[in-house]
Design a protein around this ligand. Structure first.
Ligand code: NI
Length: 267
């Protein structure tokens, strides 16, 4: 069975995200590969280790990691477990299924060690309850219960008319398959990290590049490498294009303007 990959995030990757990692692995390690990280790596809190040892779980060998070391891995779920009211929760920049569960930070507890340990135990139990509830409705393993449909491009293109506003019609290995209609000229831009594939379905596209233009007709495609400035232009009234690019790629790349579409519609 393919395991789903879950990443827990909190600020320091010291207590809550470490306990969540250990708890999920204990509860459903057969279904999930689990990791945790923070915006800073400050080491696993000794009281978190003790609170987990109380329920027979050893997280003493966990290490504290920063999220940037894990950015390039494919995660099925990214779950932040910080206190949204009192802290700045880490931001995971990639598009993926994200959940936020708010737990107070046990390391802020004051008083005698035993009192502080009790706060860790309480948060541990809150995380356990949350995980148990989540597992009941939890997403099935990859490939199970997923319907496989034929995507009919003509039908999909018939569902929208706005230009320069990509719609997501599928996902493959972290890439989005998008459909977009082009009319007139776009804006010059580049993408820092993403290569973009444009497959023309209808109409004619002129891909303007700094070293000259490329014309792309139906049944032809062009790949614009990352970092290269480009400006698509429709040579016919309307051009229907299929795009393949990493999920999260912004249509206007490094340029932010009224044509930037941050939240993509799925059709
Ligand atoms: Ni682009």
């Amino acid at each position: 069975m393919n395991k789903q990959r879950v990443l827990f995030l909190c600020t320091h990757n010291s207590a809550r995200s470490q306990m969540a990692e250990g708890l999920l692995r204990a509860l459903a390690g057969d279904r999930f590969d689990v990791a945790s990280a923070g915006t800073e790596a400050t080491g696993v809190h000794s009281l978190a280790v003790r609170a987990m040892a109380d329920v027979g779980l050893d997280i003493g060998r966990h290490t504290s990691k920063t999220v940037d070391t894990l950015l390039d891995q494919p995660w099925d779920h990214v779950i932040t477990v910080c206190d949204s009211a009192n802290e700045r929760c880490p931001v995971f920049p990639k598009k993926t299924r994200r959940l936020h569960w708010s737990f107070s930070d046990p390391s802020q507890a004051t008083g005698a060690t035993e009192d502080r340990l009790n706060v860790f135990r309480r948060v541990r139990d809150e995380i356990t309850a949350r995980l148990t509830a989540w597992l009941e409705t939890a997403p099935v393993a990859r490939g199970e219960g997923i319907t496989v449909d034929v995507v009919r491009l003509a039908e999909k293109f018939g569902k929208f008319s706005d230009a320069w506003s990509p719609k997501v019609v599928g996902e493959v290995n972290g890439m989005h398959v998008k459909l977009v209609k082009l009319r007139g000229e776009f804006v010059w831009h580049h993408h820092e990290r993403e290569d973009e594939l444009f497959l023309v379905v209808h109409g004619r596209l002129r891909m303007q590049l700094r070293d000259g233009d490329r014309e792309v007709g139906p049944g032809e495609l062009i790949i614009v490498p990352r970092g290269l400035e480009h400006c698509p232009r429709a040579l016919t009234d309307e051009v229907c294009v299929l795009l393949l690019e990493p999920a999260g790629t912004l249509n206007t790349g490094n340029v932010q303007n009224e044509r930037t579409v941050a939240e993509l519609e799925r059709i």
